[in-house]
Design a protein around this ligand. Structure first.
Ligand code: GAL
Length: 357
């Protein structure tokens, strides 16, 4: 009996040691390059990643590139490479602007993880972690289809819609926009949805740097050139592909006399606090919740696996070709957030405190 107890405790110690070994990271210096602090999500992404990487024993070199300043980002990455960072995580401002600087990472064999947005035209990119970007767009488009009951044959329309997406240098836009249009295009083709401005291509509806004021200005112009207004030409929906754009569009519509009794269907993405407040007030219809904690945790797992020389977990090896080949990717799941489920999604999960909203 004694013998058995002893061998069990030896076994336990061995299991414990193995577990400890398996979960302790090889401490490394990790560079994290984020695009801007002017948008809430990137602050959360940076802070979450720093905290999780440090908890895993790593040293973190976290840099923000001013307000979406491309030369600053290039410089910061150059310094990370020169400064001996062992893995570099990058959320690119312009996905195609890092080809040159990343040659340095390749030469030094420093693995690069593309964060949220795919870095294009660089064979230095080892992995990509993001949300399912096509699905994000589909959720927004489908929300409009459902809210206007477009699939119902007894609902005749036509309904007026305008479209807003992000900058064309953000590769995510190449997935968000077609994703949304896959739901909306059949109804535009049939005439049930009408884009009165005629602006329907990605280039025509792009917004520099996902900038709120730019979106607001464009919406103001659309209002005046198409005579949209609560007492004028009806506007039934606005596809806006993130929350900053949605807030800009809401501002322009409020100034034209819309309120929460007649606001068009308006979509968003990120569940930024001002947008969630607008959802609660009835100004914005939905947002797509991309839990930055989930993405950061996934990237930390990738970093850990890389530093330990283990296999990196990916779940997509076909979708994201950056021009040099397909980058092994991990896609997290986005969730649609509305007035009905935001409390469970955002407050009960601890993402926000109730008084922040
Ligand atoms: C996208 C990102 C979105 C949104 C936007 C603006 O690339 O996936 O979540 O934040 O940039 O920064």
């Amino acid at each position: 009996m004694k013998k058995m107890k002893a061998s069990i405790s030896v076994l336990c110690a061995a299991v414990l040691a193995a577990t400890c070994f398996a979960s302790s990271a090889e401490a490394a210096k990790i560079g994290v390059s984020m695009p801007t602090q002017s948008l809430q999500r990137w602050n959360q992404d940076g802070a979450n990643m720093k905290a999780m990487l440090e908890a895993a024993g790593h040293t973190v070199d976290l840099q923000y590139a001013g307000d979406n300043d491309i030369p600053t980002q290039v410089n910061q990455i150059e310094n990370m490479i020169a400064g001996g960072d062992e893995v570099i995580v990058i959320a690119a401002i312009d996905g195609s602007a890092l080809t040159e600087v990343l040659k340095g990472a390749k030469e030094k064999n420093i693995p690069v993880i593309s964060y949220d947005r795919l870095i294009m035209n660089s064979d230095a990119v080892s992995y990509y972690a993001t949300f399912d970007n096509t699905k994000v767009g589909q959720m927004q488009g489908q929300y409009i289809v459902d809210a206007l009951k477009l699939a119902d044959e007894s609902v005749k329309g036509p309904f007026n819609i305008e479209l807003f997406t992000g900058p064309t240098d953000d590769n995510n836009v190449n997935f968000f926009f077609p994703g949304a249009m896959s739901a909306l295009q059949p109804y535009i083709d049939s005439g049930k949805l009408v884009v009165k401005s005629g602006q329907t291509t990605k280039e025509q509806v792009a917004t520099l740097n996902w900038n709120l004021e730019e979106a607001q200005k464009r919406m103001e112009n659309l209002i005046s050139s198409n005579a949209y207004g609560p007492e004028d030409t009806p506007l039934h929906a606005v596809l806006t592909q993130n929350d900053a754009l949605a807030c800009g569009v809401v501002n322009a519509l409020l100034a034209t006399g819309y309120d929460n009794t007649n606001m068009p269907v308006i979509t968003g993405q990120d569940c930024d606090k001002p947008a969630v407040k607008n959802i609660v007030r009835g100004y914005q219809s939905m947002s797509v919740f991309k839990d930055t904690r989930t993405l950061a945790a996934q990237v930390v797992k990738m970093v850990d696996a890389i530093t330990k020389g283990e296999k990196v977990e990916v779940n997509d090896t076909t979708t994201y070709n950056n021009g040099t080949g397909v980058i092994p990717s991990y896609l997290c799941e986005p969730v649609a957030a509305t007035k009905d489920n935001y409390k469970a999604l955002l407050i009960d999960s601890g993402y926000y405190k109730a008084d922040e909203l």
